[in-house]
Design a protein around this ligand. Structure first.
Ligand code: IDP
Ligand code: MG
Length: 138
């Protein structure tokens, strides 16, 4: 399989809890290459594009509010099957049931909020990755 790129975000909860280094360490020690990295305060327009697939869902507004609540670290990581590989490193969406050993399983738990706060985002397909990279880097 050819080299892939994925978009990874350290969400505001991860930045607030000073877990940026821990997330980067897991990406790098797994063997993926970080090709771009920046810290930004996203605005609503950018987040609406990024989360367009979730518009209308009950957690959509809380999700945007949460993502607007602080700075985000945006990363492009490269590697063979990195999209699938980073999703495995991240663990499942709900941190309560995310496997120990994963970023979400080790570093997050349910905060009782309307939106799940789970430290990271990772693209879920090559199409999403290219779409999301264009949104966050350009
Ligand atoms: P993913 O981040 O694991 O790909 P998505 O389904 O794409 O999960 O959802 C985007 C984000 O929205 C999640 O990471 C999480 O923060 C939040 N979220 C997803 N589903 C729910 C839900 O059922 N309740 C509350 N928040 C959710
Ligand atoms: Mg997703």
């Amino acid at each position: 399989m050819s080299l892939q790129r994925t978009l990874i975000l350290v969400k505001p909860d991860g930045v607030r809890r000073q877990l940026v280094g821990e997330v980067i360490r897991r990406i790098e020690t797994k063997g993926y290459n970080i090709s771009e990295l920046k810290m930004i305060q996203p605005d609503r327009e950018l987040l609406a594009k990024h989360y367009a697939e979730h518009e209308g869902k009950p957690f959509y507004e809380p999700l945007l509010e949460f993502m607007l609540s602080g700075k985000v670290v945006a990363i492009i990581a490269e590697g063979h099957r990195v999209i699938e590989g980073f999703r495995k490193l991240a663990g499942t969406t709900d941190p309560t049931v995310a496997e120990p050993g994963t970023i979400r399983g080790d570093l997050a738990c349910d905060q009782g909020t309307k939106v799940v706060q789970n430290i990271v985002h990772g693209s879920d397909s090559p199409e999403s990755a290219e779409r999301e990279i264009a949104i966050w880097f350009n």
